[in-house]
Design a protein around this ligand. Structure first.
Ligand code: FMN
Length: 312
C-alpha cells in the first residue's frame, strides 16, 4: 500500500524515548492486537499500536449487552476482556512485532502489586516499547478508575510500576474527575514519563422497550465525537499543568480533530472509536496531518504542539 505523506514534512515524534514515525496511534481496546485489521489497512504505517488492556489473569469481561450506540458516540462496558499477560506475551506479541511498529502495552490491575507484576513481566519478555498504565477504566469493580481519581492512589501505582520496569511509563488519565490537572501533577511527581488522555466518560442509557439499563453492567464508558470537546479541554489544562509529553484522544475521526489536540498541547494522538466507523481512519488522519503541515509551512510536528496556547 502506498504512503501519501508529503516528503517536505517530518512527521516523526519522540514520546518519552519511543520513536514514532508519525504522531498517530490506535487507542487501547479499539484495535484488538493489530492482526484483526491487517486485511483493511497497512498497519505498519501507524505511529504506534496500543494493545487492549492487559491484566494478570485472563478476564471474560462484563455481561452483555456491552455496546450501545449514542448520538455521535457509543457506550461500552467491555470490562477488560483479555487473555491475560502471559497469553499476550506468548500468542499475540509475535504477530504484533511483525508490523515493525512500536507497541505500547496497556495494563490494568486490581491492586498496586498487580500493576507492578505485569510491568515486570513485560520488561522480562521485551513485551512492549512502553507501558500505558490504565488508571482510568470505568468498567471494572476494582482498580482502574479508582486509582485514577485519587492523586495518592495514582502516585502509588505509578511509583510501583516505575520501580518494576525501565520501560517508559505512560499514565492514562480519566476524564471522570473534577480537576484532571491535579491528577496529572501527581503522576508527574511520581515519575510518569508521559500522560495519555482521555479514557471514556462514565455514562448510561436506558432501553425503553426492555425498560432496563441498556448495558448489562448498567454503566459504561462514552467515547466518540461526543466527548471530543471535553477531551480537548483536558489536554489544554494538563498542558498548562505539567511538562510531560501528552497523547491526546477522544473522538478523533479526522485530521482536523487530531490537530485540535496537537495545537492544544498533545505531542501525539490516538484514534479509538473512529476505527469502528472506518478501519483506515488512523491512516487518513496521518495523511491529513502531513498535508496540513505542507500547506501551512510546518516542517516538524513539534512546531505545532501547544501552539494554540501562544496564539491566544
Ligand atoms: C470498546 C472499547 C474498549 C476500550 N478498552 C480500553 C482498554 O482496555 N484500556 C484503556 O485504557 N482504554 C480503553 N478504551 C478507551 C479508549 O482507548 C479511548 O481512551 C476512548 O475510547 C476515547 O477515545 P475515542 O473517543 O477515540 O474512542 C476502550 C474504548 C472502547 C470504545
Amino acid at each position: 500500500m502506498s504512503c501519501t505523506v508529503d516528503a517536505r514534512v517530518d512527521l516523526s515524534v519522540d514520546i518519552a524515548g519511543v520513536k514514532l514515525k508519525n504522531p498517530v496511534m490506535v487507542a487501547s481496546g479499539t484495535f484488538g492486537f493489530g492482526t484483526e485489521y491487517a486485511a483493511y489497512m497497512d498497519v505498519s504505517r501507524l505511529g504506534a499500536i496500543v494493545t487492549k488492556g492487559l491484566t494478570l489473569q485472563p478476564r471474560t469481561g462484563n455481561p452483555p449487552p456491552r455496546i450501545w450506540e449514542t448520538p455521535a458516540g457509543m457506550l461500552n462496558s467491555i470490562g477488560l476482556q483479555n487473555p491475560g499477560i502471559d497469553a499476550y506475551l506468548e500468542h499475540h506479541l509475535p504477530a504484533l512485532r511483525a508490523f515493525k511498529v512500536p507497541v505500547i502495552a496497556n495494563v490494568c490491575g486490581d491492586t498496586v502489586k498487580e500493576y507492578a507484576e505485569i510491568a515486570r513481566r513485560l520488561e522480562c519478555h521485551e513485551g512492549a516499547d512502553a507501558i500505558e498504565v490504565n488508571i482510568s477504566c470505568p468498567n471494572v469493580e476494582r482498580g482502574g478508575i479508582a486509582f485514577g481519581s485519587d492523586p495518592r492512589s495514582a502516585v502509588a501505582v505509578v511509583e510501583a510500576v516505575k520501580r518494576a520496569t525501565s520501560l517508559p511509563v505512560i499514565v492514562k488519565l480519566t476524564p471522570n474527575v473534577t480537576d484532571i490537572a491535579e491528577i496529572a501533577r501527581a503522576c508527574e511527581g511520581a515519575g510518569a514519563d508521559a500522560l495519555s488522555l482521555v479514557n471514556t466518560l462514565l455514562g448510561m442509557a436506558i432501553d425503553i422497550y426492555r425498560m432496563r439499563p441498556a448495558l448489562g453492567n448498567v454503566f459504561g464508558g462514552l467515547s466518540g465525537p461526543a466527548i471530543r470537546p471535553v477531551a480537548v479541554r483536558m489536554v489544554w489544562q494538563v498542558r498548562e499543568a505539567v511538562d510531560l509529553p501528552l497523547i491526546g484522544m477522544g473522538g478523533i475521526a479526522s485530521f482536523e480533530d487530531a490537530l485540535e489536540f496537537i495545537l492544544a498541547g498533545a505531542s501525539a494522538v490516538a484514534v479509538g472509536s473512529g476505527t469502528f466507523a472506518d478501519p483506515a481512519c488512523a491512516i487518513r488522519v496521518i495523511d491529513g496531518i502531513g498535508q496540513y503541515m505542507a500547506n501551512n509551512g510546518f516542517e516538524r510536528v513539534s512546531h505545532m504542539v501547544g501552539l494554540a496556547h501562544k496564539c491566544r
